[in-house]
Design a protein around this ligand. Structure first.
Ligand code: NDP
Length: 623
């Protein structure tokens, strides 16, 4: 029977795949045939590690103590040890400056350990990268990976004392604590007070600094958008209700106030929101971890959106059985939109006010500029929660998204009533079916939202609250709203072509999102472990094959293709039903640029290498 070094239940230090960082883990199991240990990290992540990637805690303690001890007695005893190499120093004692330098150097060395085979499986990547962060840290790492084998040469990080201090916020604390690199008696000079600064900066690394890089046109852009976005929604809806929704009739004359407000409608919107909260909080469905926050903490999320839409479907069925007329939604559409708008403004105000009491490390990296309008628009808090209710996560997928399906359904009923037909038209059926599939897909794969930009990066403020509660349900249902009073006779052949187009878009969209989500959750997952990757200095890798090797942001491309397929059933008489695909393409191009910018900041030259290998962006031809 093969021997094993660690027992089940042992608490040891396990290396995080693809990095040199060691974290505390508990040994859960050992597989004698693969010789792999299943270990559980403190945050709950379970991975399989080789014995070589596991160390006893004492290993670090002894290294750390021996390298960092400032006790004179300790120094004496070490210098007297017969095992210690004879120093060439001519001085009687040891040069305290030199010793300090070597200690500091220990702390600062960054080591890139060999990657586990599964991560670099099939990789044939050869590149030299220079990591140059905004803070001008220069480290050189040479990677050579060939046909399933790898070889790695490391070069010590060469950093000047000054810019090292600035660079440290980028470095994980564990880098500093558990550096496995064998100590080198290096001659590099570093300033004396550096060690103290290292400690200071390490603590600072978990605190948030002010947002200086402003997006969406900065303060003025954000201010304008707060007012312009609702105006666009209302102009679109009013235009869509016109007999002739041509551009020549734009902008339409404003409707009477009474067509915008109805307290009963406002009550229904409030009840709908509460119903969704209730369904979300039911102890049904699994609870999963989100991605680690900057503090290292992981939040829990309940996954039960799919159940929620099923319950809503049953409730709607029952309501129809008892004679409820859902064309009410169509008939009061503007009032529903204004109620949802008021709701989103109230929610945004609440979010902004409560964020004043949020801890600094709960703030979003991009919504903390200090400007009232900008921060209100972007959202200051990253994951605002009321007890276990995560407001952003909830709003992203529930009231607006499920509401969108219900609105589409009411439009189908309204079309039958208005056009005096027994069944909805083919165009209406396609629009309803495509968008229903999109929503069901989002809810079925609810967990995947936890790795999206909205959840990981953006704060929760007016932008997302308005987007989730107003823009999505009322603008995305524009095609169905349009078809109610602007019927389009669709041939079966054209219908079939549109279905194929939507199918292609959906496959690209789904496969891309699933690959990234699986990979981010567990790079060793058998469904993605075969894909080629590029490792980055953060310890995370980037996919360079599969969907993400075909084009950058393949998920956006799939989404745009689908958006086009949703507009086509409305025919070519007016541009209005194409508003969605036009706006959405602009949104995703802008979003892609934002994400590229973020990723370049995060991954430095590894991102450039990814862009070199995967040249195409979502609009083919742009590179
Ligand atoms: P993504 O889900 O594409 O997430 C972007 C992140 O993916 C990056 O920040 C990076 O994060 C990671 N990433 C990028 N490239 C790679 C790579 N090569 N390998 C591994 N990871 C990579 O973005 P969104 O959140 O914007 O979109 C999610 C989905 O939602 C998309 O399908 C999009 O079309 C859709 N969407 C729909 C909208 C709608 O209104 N209908 C609006 C917006 C989006 P990291 O490396 O840190 O993990």
């Amino acid at each position: 029977m093969p021997s094993r070094k660690y027992d089940i239940g042992d608490t040891v230090m396990g290396r995080w795949p693809g990095s040199s960082l060691y974290y505390e883990v508990k040994v859960k199991a050992f597989n004698p045939s693969t010789q792999l240990y299943t270990v559980k990290y403190v945050d709950g992540t379970e991975l399989e590690l080789k014995e070589a990637d596991i160390k006893r805690s004492q290993f670090f303690k002894s290294k750390r103590e021996s390298s960092r001890s400032k006790s004179p007695s300790r120094r004496r005893s070490r210098s007297r040890s017969p095992g210690r190499p004879v120093r060439r120093s001519t001085s009687r004692g040891r040069d305290p400056n030199k010793e300090k330098e070597s200690k500091i150097y220990d702390v600062l060395e960054v080591k890139l350990s060999p990657l586990p085979k599964s991560v670099i499986n099939n990789a044939n990547v050869q590149y030299e990268k220079k990591i140059s962060t905004n803070n001008e840290v220069n480290s050189e790492v040479f990677h050579k990976v060939e046909f399933g084998q790898y070889e790695e040469k490391q070069k010590a990080v060469t950093v000047t004392a000054q810019n090292k201090v600035e660079a440290l916020p980028e470095v994980d604390r564990a880098d500093v604590r558990y550096n496995l690199r064998p100590r080198k008696e290096d001659n590099e000079k570093v300033s004396e007070n550096f060690e103290r600064k290292v400690e200071e900066v390490t603590v600072k690394s978990v605190r948030k600094s002010k947002t200086t890089e402003l997006e969406f046109g900065g303060r003025i852009g954000a201010f304008i958008m707060i007012f312009v976005l609702p105006v666009i929604v209302f102009l679109l809806l009013v235009t869509c209700a016109k007999k002739d929704p041509s551009i020549s009739n734009f902008p339409p004359s404003l409707p009477a106030f009474s067509t915008l407000w109805d307290s009963q409608v406002f009550g229904i919107v409030g009840l709908w929101f509460l119903l969704q909260v209730f369904l979300h909080l039911l102890p049904v469905g699994k609870v999963v971890d989100g991605l680690p926050l900057e503090s290292g903490k992981k939040l829990k999320y309940r996954i039960n959106g799919f159940y929620a839409i099923l319950v809503c479907a049953v409730m709607v069925g029952a309501a129809i059985f008892y004679g409820t007329d859902f064309t009410y939604v169509h008939d009061h559409f503007l009032q529903f939109a204004s109620s949802a708008f008021i709701f989103s403004v109230l929610l945004s105000l609440y979010l902004y006010i409560r964020s004043r009491w949020a801890c600094k490390d709960e703030l979003a990296p991009n919504g903390n500029s200090g400007n009232l309008f900008y921060d209100f628009f972007i959202g200051r808090e990253l994951n605002p929660r009321v007890k276990s209710l995560d407001l952003k996560y909830f709003c992203e997928l529930r009231p607006g998204l499920i509401g969108w399906v219900l609105i589409n359904f009411s439009m189908a009923l309204a079309e039958m009533k208005e056009q005096n037909i027994e069944y909805p038209s083919l165009a209406m059926i396609l629009v309803n079916a495509f968008q229903l599939i999109y929503v069901l897909d989002a809810l079925w794969n609810e967990e995947a939202i936890l790795t999206t930009m909205d959840i990981v990066h953006d704060g929760f403020g007016y932008m997302l609250a308005f987007g989730d509660l107003v823009w999505v349900p009322f603008v995305y249902s524009l095609q169905a709203y349009y078809l109610v009073s602007h019927p389009n006779q669709l041939s079966w052949l054209f219908g079939a072509i549109i279905i194929i187009l939507n199918g292609i878009g959906y496959l690209i969209f789904r496969k891309a999102n699933s690959q990234k989500n699986l990979f981010r959750r567990n790079p060793h997952d058998s469904r993605v472990a075969h894909l080629k990757t590029i490792s980055t200095a953060t310890g995370k890798s980037l996919l360079v094959s599969g969907m993400w090797g075909f084009v950058r942001h393949p998920n956006y491309l799939g989404d745009i293709i689908m958006a086009f397929a949703w507009s086509l059933p409305c025919g070519f008489s007016h541009i209005l039903p194409y508003f969605y695909v036009l706006y959405f393409t602009c949104l995703l191009i802008h979003r892609e640029a934002r994400d590229e910018h973020q990723c370049r900041k995060k991954y430095g030259s590894a991102w450039d290498e990814y862009c070199r290998q995967v040249r195409y962006r979502i609009i083919p031809g742009i590179y």
